[in-house]
Design a protein around this ligand. Structure first.
Ligand code: SPV
Ligand code: MG
Length: 412
């Protein structure tokens, strides 16, 4: 591309900032600084500029290049809107777009695959969550409970309001992992089985993973599990301050649930932190005070204690229909602590936007069960339709074409 560009004049290379690369559903393995030096070292490049807008709004109007050279791959898919916008910016002053076909060689094809596979290696995947917290205004996480749902989390990209949107990471929900196995969410699905789910997902994805670690179990067991998760490349485990038979938080006080003492739960966090070997892995403490109607003061006291015990983040959970108590907690917490990452799971107050959460100091939003809740009614309706009609014709309009399912998963 650079050789081709040289034919038209001075070549300026745009290096996309890390924040914008993420929106393309890529993650940089080379720092922006090193990318800039790399491009500068290529003969024929006269200048490298940092591009801070995916839509080229910062670059084209100020540089007014005579020509923009770009790969023609953006003619299809979500990047089409970026292309349309670039053409608009160019036409404002008579600039021209030149599109170059990407090399079709095996080497070029392998390059993308190798990049993804490198990101999937434990040492890259594990630290990526911490990197994302620094880079993203809010880290967006979706639930995955299988290889297939992992692929949806990995690959889904949409164009929205003049930018591209994708999920940053995956949440291995105890609720959905249990439901997928036809079991209740009571820590019945054991760690070996949870690890198997994680492994299935890791096999086909590269995005970071947060495990819903329930109560973390016995401290004596938790320390071993921290080591295992860290070695696998999981980025974080979230453990909740409950003890005894755990029930799903969304039951609230309709079932018997016991909150752990601050001392015991803090000791579990400290033991976990001592067990881990890298600085990448995160242990996030989940506070159940609002779920168990113990009030914001109790939640704040616990947050302080858990951070002191070594927690790398706080998840505050609620099952109310409005986000008010979550906002109150976040505002008060942020008054005294501006750095510890805050995690929120807006299931019952689902009208809250990422923008609003961000404005109250939330760093990570988890969409904890939506893929499972989408799949179950669709599958049940299909089963009922086949039973009613003694054939599958009537169900067909709800299904993807069978020709598509056989090519859904790419071969290497
Ligand atoms: C899960 O997804 O399993 C959770 C979140 O723990 S919640 O179901 O809201 O308790
Ligand atoms: Mg759970």
């Amino acid at each position: 591309m650079i050789n081709e560009a040289k034919k038209y004049g001075d070549v300026i290379v745009g290096a996309l900032s890390d924040e914008e690369i993420i929106k393309y559903n890529y993650f940089p393995t080379v720092s922006l600084e090193n990318r800039i030096s790399l491009y500068q070292s290529i003969s024929g490049v006269s200048k490298v500029v940092v591009q801070r807008s995916l839509m080229y709004d910062d670059i084209i109007p100020s540089l007014k290049p005579d020509y923009v050279l770009h790969s023609d791959s953006w003619r299809n898919g979500v990047e089409f809107t970026v292309r349309a916008h670039v053409k608009e910016l160019l036409s404002a002053y008579g600039g021209e777009l030149i599109e170059i076909s990407e090399p079709k060689s095996d080497e070029a094809k392998q390059f993308k695959r190798i990049h993804r596979e490198r990101l999937a290696m434990p040492e890259f995947r594990r630290k990526r969550l911490r990197e994302l917290i620094k880079l993203c205004p809010i880290v967006k996480i979706i639930e995955a409970h299988s290889g297939l749902t992992g692929l949806i989390a990995e690959k889904t990209v949409v164009e929205s309001n003049g930018t591209l949107e994708q999920f940053d990471a995956m949440w291995i929900s105890s609720l959905c992992d249990s439901i997928d196995k036809g079991k209740p969410d009571i820590e019945l699905v054991d760690m070996s089985s949870r690890l198997r789910t994680i492994d299935d997902i890791m096999d086909v994805t590269s995005k970071p993973i947060i495990l819903d670690g329930d109560t973390g179990g016995l401290t004596e067991h938790f320390v071993y599990n921290v080591r295992t998760l860290e070695r696998m490349g999981v980025s974080a485990v979230i453990i909740e301050d409950k003890t005894g038979l755990k029930k799903n938080s969304l039951f609230g006080v309709d079932v018997v649930q016991t909150q752990d003492s601050i001392e015991d739960f803090s000791a579990k966090i400290t033991a976990g932190k001592k067990a881990q070997l890298t600085d990448d892995f995160m242990i996030i403490a989940r506070i159940e005070s609002l779920i168990l109607e113990q009030g914001i003061d109790d939640a704040l006291t616990r947050a302080r204690a858990y951070v002191k015990a070594g927690a790398d983040g706080i998840m505050i959970h609620s099952r109310t229909e409005t986000p008010n108590e979550i906002f109150d907690f976040c505002d008060l917490f942020r008054k005294e602590d501006q750095t510890t990452p805050l995690v929120v799971v807006p299931t019952s107050f689902n009208y809250v936007t990422e923008e609003e959460l961000k404005s109250h100091g939330v760093n990570i939003v988890i969409y904890a069960n939506q893929l499972m809740r989408a799949a179950f009614p669709a599958m049940t309706k299909t089963a009922e339709t086949i039973l009613k009609h003694h054939r599958s014709l009537e169900a067909d309009e709800m299904l993807m074409p069978f020709k598509d399912i056989i090519t859904l998963i790419d071969e290497l």
